[in-house]
Design a protein around this ligand. Sequence first.
Ligand SMILES: [Zn+2]
Length: 141
Amino acid sequence: MKIICPHCLSINNVPKKETYKKANCGKCKNSLLDSKALHVSSDNIDKIIENSEIPVILDFWAPWCAPCSMMAPVFEEVAKDFALKATFGKVNTQDEQFLASRFKIRSIPTLCVFKNGKEVHRVSGAMHDEQLTSFVNQFLD
Ligand SMILES: [Zn+2]
């Protein structure tokens, strides 16, 4: 399955397994298990969405939004738990107004879920870690 490296954004082909002991990026050699939320912009969003064969969870947020700031550490933590299972990314709607309008974001935070290049679900409002974990779990194959 195709996976975007969280460190250098190159496309890796990783065998699909239940658990992984080790999986390194073919390009930058960093561990793909060392997952984190990607900084998503109009330059890389299509590459990320179209080349991830695992669900992509995008958090549309803004620096002035208090619920967004509350959810930010939760999002980072949960991203680590889903290494090689789901890709997490953050879109700063203040910097990326084009993306906010392209995806018709009306309130923040909004989480959009993409599978195989297509948006399959979205939800608005901040979540705590258990909510976010079970939210993401429902999109895993
Ligand atoms: Zn890499």
